[in-house]
Design a protein around this ligand. Structure first.
Ligand code: IVH
Length: 698
């Protein structure tokens, strides 16, 4: 039987098309909107189109505006935060928030099982196993069907009341029908998470602004929960998963719901109340061996999940047995965490190198005593800037805790001051460029020191490396190593020089045969015809990333058009704000840059926008794509361009946000990951061409 709210949605939408809704429909309207929020944010399976949802939402807003007395705190319109939070009041949890005992291997779990036999007098115990979500813990109170409080863990007894922020988490219902189950008040526990894809995007935006990225999604989630501005919290798209009922009271005359006899039942109840709970991930097993197997199997799939987990939690399933086993002051005796292989390790900070990038930014890089984390040896890590070093109080000789969270580049989490011997030394940031000795400068609002010498050898080399890179001019055969070699040999000084290389001299260098020189020559020559946006990106103008370069290129006919535009005119272009506009303006006002572009033009590079022969029909608008492995006929860049031409978006990793993974030969781990997420469609090249309406001719 289908949910009545589906039919109600149809009725409301039909009516709105003809005339505004009336006051008497406001509760139906709210209930329908809550239903679709749940489908979208909890089940990730919407049943209506976004504009249809928006239409109904606007009707509710209108009705509430016309008669504010109709507003209820659990109305879908009431997530919107209106004020900054002055401070977070301290509040007492109804029941203390305990921690978990940790285990690391099968023997630890066998011990746990044995203790459970002793405490219960049973020989076979039923366990419920679920992931250990790696975020920030929260405690939520619902009363009379409404969310009334959200608090952080704090010291376990008292935490910070972060209700305005918690209300921004769209997967947490503001209204949950507790009364249908006879419940009056409910305190639940869960974890606030930032999913891996959102975290990647968030870190990218931090780095674009010149700020250091965060070490892991956990810090991003906990940090977000403490922001003073709930509108900022809303933008970060946090999620919440709840896994424990710590306290409840019943409505008069009602008895405890049947489901609350087991932990599994409480997970189901939470799910039925509209929460995201580990409903799909939890498993119940009799005896510990099957539990151990499930934990190991889950660990193998860890990377394929859209969010981070750091282990599994094993809980005695019968709540009456849980009560019998009780708790210590630190953790319940009826539960244990099985921790996965650590992605953190401690090591020694040996020295710091200062590297100069293509924009002159000087980045300190910590050299570490090599240490293995999750199968990879880490021996150096960027420590971003002077402020970061100060904030983390890093010193030479320090023991540091480092982390490699999933696909994220390793980061230093913190230094360990307790392990200091007193011989550690301050890290002194240079005031002169370590490569050309030019004085470094720092703009007031920035954390980065820069070398302002345009001719600084380090910058010249880095600019060329960026220019030839895969996403820019994609000159195969002229990678970082060759650029450095040619530069050192005096054969290459700047970007235009790439097109004036002396191939005879290169041929005489060690390691270059006739064939490889020919290939190099060909690929350099072919790059002259790269589309304008690649050249624009390749120039390495600050803040002009790949996406900006594409939008910008679409809006000009000739690269030098940008020279003629005033700052105001630049800012009127699509997607160009003051920061990016200012940087582009500065670049095109610099005579040496114009000379460089003119030289490139006379060397035969495309400075002109290609005439648009293909039209963008947008038929795949909103769909996301990722290409992996070698495709039989298309180059990766060609395939991406075809998808983009139809309005598709290219993602950089496999996540639940991905719609299509197009696979070629040697597809590797991305394919394995994608197979585990059943919403991703896996296509080969022929199927992809069919999808975009360009079937391969047979
Ligand atoms: S049960 C009394 N279940 O891990 C109930 N905790 O390291 C104790 N956590 O403080 C918590 N996922 O914040 C439980 N599925 C899960 C969990 C989980 C993550 C967190 C929780 C706890 C911490 C202990």
């Amino acid at each position: 039987m289908s949910d009545p709210r589906i039919e109600q949605t149809r009725v409301l939408l039909r009516q709105v098309a003809r005339s505004p809704l009336g006051k008497e429909q406001i509760e139906t309207l709210r209930s329908v909107l809550r239903f679709h929020e749940h489908r979208y944010y909890v089940l990730h399976d919407p049943l209506i189109a976004d504009p249809e949802y928006d239409l109904l939402y606007k009707e509710l807003e209108r009705l509430e505006k016309e008669d504010p007395a109709l507003i209820r705190p659990d109305s879908p319109t009431q997530r919107v935060a209106r004020e900054l939070t002055a401070e977070f009041p301290t509040v007492k949890h109804l029941v203390p928030m305990l921690s978990l005992e940790n285990s690391y291997n099968a023997d630890d779990l066998l011990d746990f099982d044995r203790k459970a036999w002793e405490q219960t007098g049973l020989e076979t115990i039923e366990y419920c196993v679920e992931p250990k979500f790696d975020g920030g813990s929260i405690s939520l109170i619902y009363e009379n069907d409404r969310l009334t409080r959200g608090a952080t863990r704090g010291d376990g007894i008292e935490g910070d009341d972060v209700t305005p922020n918690v209300r921004q988490i769209r997967s947490l219902p503001l209204h949950a029908p507790l009364s249908d189950h006879g419940i009056q008040q409910l305190e639940i526990r869960g974890e606030v998470l930032m999913d891996k894809e959102k975290f990647r995007q968030y870190n990218e935006s931090l780095m674009e602004e010149g700020q250091p990225p965060l070490a892991n999604p956990r810090n991003a989630a906990s940090g977000t929960l403490r922001l003073k501005d709930p509108t900022q919290v809303a933008k970060r798209n946090l999620e919440a998963i709840v896994y424990h009922i710590s306290y409840f009271t019943l409505l008069p005359g009602k008895s405890t719901p049947q489901s609350l006899q087991t932990h599994e039942g409480s997970i189901e109840l939470l799910w039925n109340l509209g929460f995201r709970s580990p409903q799909g991930e939890k498993r119940v097993f009799k005896g510990i061996q099957a539990v151990i197997d499930y934990c190991h199997a889950f660990e193998a799939e860890r990377d394929a999940l859209p969010y981070e987990i750091d282990g599994m939690v094993i809980k005695v399933n019968e709540l009456s047995l849980q009560e019998k086993m009780g708790m210590t002051s630190h953790h319940p005796r009826w539960a244990i965490a099985f921790k996965f292989k650590a992605r953190q390790a401690t090591t020694k900070l040996l020295s710091v190198d200062f590297q100069v990038g293509r924009t002159g930014a000087v980045t300190p890089v910590a050299k570490l005593e090599p240490v293995a984390i999750g199968g990879v040896t880490v021996s150096s890590i960027s420590i971003h800037n002077e402020e970061y070093i100060r904030e983390k109080d890093l010193r030479l000789g320090d023991e540091v805790l480092i982390e490699r969270a999933g696909d994220v580049i390793p980061q230093i989490v913190k230094s360990l001051p307790d392990a200091r011997s007193g011989k550690e030394k301050k890290i002194v940031f240079p005031r002169q460029c370590p490569v050309c000795q030019h004085a470094l400068h720092k703009e007031e609002a920035e954390a980065v020191w820069r070398c302002g010498n345009w001719k600084c050898p380090a910058q010249s080399v880095e600019r060329m490396i960026h220019f030839v890179s895969k996403d820019a001019m994609d000159i195969r055969g002229l990678g970082e190593a060759n650029i450095r070699k040619f530069y050192e040999a005096g054969l290459l000084n700047d970007i235009p020089g790439i097109y004036e290389l002396n191939y005879e001299k290169i041929g005489a260098m060690e390691g270059f045969g006739k064939k490889s020189v020919e290939k190099l020559q060909q690929s350099i020559h072919a790059s002259k015809k790269q589309p304008l946006h690649r050249l624009l990106y390749g120039l390495g103008i600050r803040f002009v990333g790949e996406t900006t370069a594409k939008t910008l290129a679409r809006q000009i006919t000739h690269l030098l058009d940008l020279k003629e535009k005033s700052l105001e005119e630049l800012q009127q272009l699509e997607d160009i704000g003051p920061k990016v506009g200012g940087s582009i303006h500065q670049f095109f006002q610099e005579a040496s840059n114009i000379r460089l572009l003119e030289r490139l033009g006379s060397l035969g590079l495309t400075l002109q926008q290609e005439a648009k022969t293909k039209t963008t029909d947008g038929s795949l608008s909103g769909k996301t794509f990722l290409f992996t492995g070698t495709l039989p006929t298309l180059k990766r860049s060609e395939a991406e361009a075809l998808a983009e031409e139809k309005g598709g978006q290219i993602l950089s990793g496999v996540s639940a946000k991905l719609n299509y993974l197009v696979v070629g030969e040697d597809a590797g781990s991305k394919l394995e990951k994608a197979k585990k997420i059943n919403t991703i469609k896996i296509l080969n090249e022929a199927e992809f061409l069919e999808l975009i309406g360009k079937p391969a001719s047979s």
